[in-house]
Design a protein around this ligand. Structure first.
Ligand SMILES: [Fe+2]
Length: 307
């Protein structure tokens, strides 16, 4: 059974609150009596894109599961690459890096597992292609797992809050999907949802130019679904005839229009627990998603009590 844990919007800011919430979710995953096929983080890892925030993320995103982490609109590509992914260091030694470190070593078909922290997912290609794009180019990464492919696209637009898959990213994605053997499902992930979610603020900064991605999906039936974050609310809809699954925000939860008054401070809940999504991929490419909340301070035995 292929199970992918999907986190989004950690917004690490050097403070205790965001770290505690991220730690609670990661500890839950580390304690599972099961090997996840991947641990996906779809952006807004840092709150301000600062190197110190990526140091914090690098310490946190250490897992026994293969980790694949990409940027969102709060992230900054250069710091994300050098500090979190460990790429393009002064000596050009991405690998030494640690967390997402070893991507390169893994090779295109590599399997992320052994990897350290963010391990990188082996991302082999990705990291690879990321470098090819230059330090300011999109951070695209692919994880070729056993029986599935996870392609994590950079939908961020430097300096802006909305998203877009630029031409390099779409060309990269098409190549990665084309290189996937027939019958192997591909999950395409990014930060920004490419469809409206009926929340005006988020819809105003969603991923635009989505018709190009929809055309690509029509050409590539092996794409089994799309995974994203950004909205800070668990949601499920469709895009280009495939599931579009939105991971909840680890740091906060969006109040939906029918849940809030007019005040700006009502936009997010800060007191709801952190949460994540588990995506289960069947051999025939069918996706099932479970959403899970996690207490920030788990009670002993809290996850083992019989239902
Ligand atoms: Fe966010």
């Amino acid at each position: 059974m292929i199970v992918i844990a999907h986190l989004s919007d950690l917004h690490l800011d050097g403070g205790v609150r965001a770290e505690e919430r991220a730690r609670a979710v990661l500890d839950h995953l580390e304690g599972l009596p099961f090997e996840l096929a991947a641990l996906l983080v779809t952006g807004d890892v840092a709150d301000h894109g600062l190197p110190a925030e990526y140091e914090q993320a690098r310490r946190l995103l250490v897992s026994r599961h293969p980790v694949l982490v990409g940027p969102g609109n709060h992230d900054e590509r250069a710091a994300f690459r050098t500090v979190l992914l460990g790429q393009a260091g002064p000596a050009g030694s991405a690998d030494a890096a640690g967390p997402a470190g070893s991507a390169d070593a893994a090779g295109p078909a590599g399997s992320a597992d052994a990897a350290g922290p963010a391990g990188s997912a082996d991302a082999a290609g990705p990291a690879g292609s990321a470098d090819a794009a230059g330090p300011a180019g999109p951070v695209n990464q692919v994880h070729r797992g056993d029986g599935f492919v996870l392609a994590l696209c950079d939908s961020s637009v430097p300096g802006r809050d909305h998203g877009l898959l630029d031409d390099r990213t779409l060309a990269w994605l098409e190549e990665e999907v084309a290189a996937t053997p027939a019958g192997v499902p591909v999950l395409v992930a990014f930060h920004h949802p490419p469809a409206a979610l009926h929340e005006p603020f988020i819809d105003g900064i969603r991923q635009f130019g989505e018709e190009r991605l929809a055309e690509l999906a029509r050409r590539r039936p092996s794409i089994a679904g799309f995974l994203c974050g950004h909205a800070h609310t668990p949601a499920a809809t469709t895009f280009a005839g495939r599931p579009l699954l939105v991971a909840p925000g680890v740091t906060s939860t969006l109040r939906l229009p029918w849940e809030r008054r007019a005040h700006r401070e009502d936009v997010v809940h800060l007191d709801l627990p952190p949460a994540l999504a588990f995506h289960v991929l069947s051999a025939d490419g069918r996706l099932t998603t479970h959403f899970r909340t996690v207490p920030v301070r788990p009670t002993p035995g809290g996850f083992t009590k019989p239902v």
